[in-house]
Design a protein around this ligand. Sequence first.
Ligand SMILES: C[S@@+](CC[C@H](N)C(=O)[O-])C[C@H]1O[C@@H](n2cnc3c(N)ncnc32)[C@H](O)[C@@H]1O
Length: 207
Amino acid sequence: MTEPAFSPAAERNKHPIFDMLRQLLPMQGRALEIASGTGQHAAWFAAQMPQWTWLPSDAQVDLFPSITAHATAAHLRNVQPPRLLDVLSDRWLPDDASGQAPLFDLIYCANMLHIAPWACCAALMRGAARHLAPGGQLATYGPYLEDGVPTSEGNLAFDQSLRAQDPAWGIRRREDVEREAQHAGLRLAARHAMPANNLLLVWTRAS
Ligand SMILES: C[S@@+](CC[C@H](N)C(=O)[O-])C[C@H]1O[C@@H](n2cnc3c(N)ncnc32)[C@H](O)[C@@H]1O
């Protein structure tokens, strides 16, 4: 079996994220994870929520062995094989036999918006609007800048290091993300402060 990749940050934040998600989610449902990375979140959340099916995805196919290895090591049957999904693509997933886009009760995306070009934000919102089931929720997790909220020294330094690595990257303003959500027909339903100056934002259909 492939040795799974390990992210210390994902290991640290999977507990507080899940503690918040469990309060927001029904007992069962179908989740699509965007930007699964190593697959640690997929394996942890699916293990805690056995009545949920979890579809991990990422734009980088070389992460798939790690995603699968984490799920296999935890003996999980409710994690589906990872899908190649770039949020910028026109069609995230093929329609089902009746011509419908597959729908999910949760679309979960952690730590992607700041490590991807800004166009990925609008693309994430458009895709989520297409694939959210009625009553479904999009949850985005990560650092954000917010008007009227002092930015921590840590997030300022992180933002600078991101921009130095790639000028297209950087911590996003929550208000800018909200504007892209509105264009896609979504609204910010909840803002949860998380450890280490991160936020868990919950987005639902505007109407
Ligand atoms: C910092 S990692 C976060 C991984 C994981 N969600 C976590 O929180 O540990 C960022 C991930 O975003 C993915 N990513 C970047 N651009 C993307 C895109 N356009 N579509 C989908 N995933 C993307 C990368 O491949 C990478 O796995």
